[in-house]
Design a protein around this ligand. Sequence first.
Ligand code: ADP
Ligand code: MG
Length: 331
Amino acid sequence: MSLGEFDLIKQYFNKKNSDVEKALVAIGIGDDCAILDIPNGYQLAVTTDSLVSGVHFFEDVDPYRLGYKSLAVNLSDLAAMGAEPKWVSLAITLPDVNEQWLSEFSRGFFDLAKQHQVTLVGGDTTKGPLSITVSAKGLVKRGCALLRNGAKPGDLICVSGTLGDGAVGLAQQLESLSLINAVHFTDALEITEPRNQLGCLLVDHASACIDISDGLIQDLQHILSASQCSAKINTEKLPLSTQLRHEIDSHCISLAQAQRYALTGGDDYELLFSIDPQQYSSLCTLTNSGQNMITDITVIGEVMSGKCASVHLFENNQRIDATLGGWDHFK
Ligand code: ADP
Ligand code: MG
């Protein structure tokens, strides 16, 4: 006999919380609302992201990875604001009760929740076409959240990790590319690592921040229009993974194509931030000092004056004009 709604919640979502710290949860799953304790001096950061079958993921995607990613993309939004993740709610619409699928989905979800000490405090379970909506909540010291509007001319533009692998992973599935490191790119697309530790650290250093979900250029433009600035990006500085460089060296992907993935591909979920050069030095000291080994950070450009939020691309100090065909990767 198939499981009813309430047993399903108990079995796959409530019970799995048990080994996560439940501090700051006065009332969790089981009542009409969750009741959460917000410590004095903090503000609540709230974000919601939906993943819809056929739009955000392939219907036959590994359910473990889907559970993991549905939480990861939300935690990434909290990272971008410098908020520490605490609570999450999950609204899930299922076409039917497939216990093996649910078991894997919840295992992926809770593996990441445990890593970040996030408690699932409620949600909704309905029947219909597969879709997942997660809302994550975090804490940030009052007035300290990282916003998009603080970039200033002269600030450095930095990214965490490497760029383009998620987009290669997607292209691989859509265009059947044949690559040497195929598994790595699929993993990059499906097992996103949200940069929450870095995000919390950036609160005291960065002037503006965003997570890259829609491609570097587009997400940078969000910072630039909020901050009324423009920017210069040095394309030769874009951090590419060793796996992507290997594909380039082996002529499986051209350098131009790899840079296009890095500049315009989504799904990297790295942090993109602006930072005053002096603050950058103190951030480097912190991130290099053993206990704070977080993730690589690369300076890829600089914020410039100019209120029109333009992104000027350079390659080895030569301006590339995207509109005149010098930069034909966009065609
Ligand atoms: P209500 O009808 O009052 O909205 P529900 O019957 O939908 O409550 O849900 C019962 C309890 O289970 C609530 O506390 C709700 O937050 C929680 N819940 C429902 N679905 C999920 C889920 N997928 N994950 C976690 N908690 C859930
Ligand atoms: Mg109710």
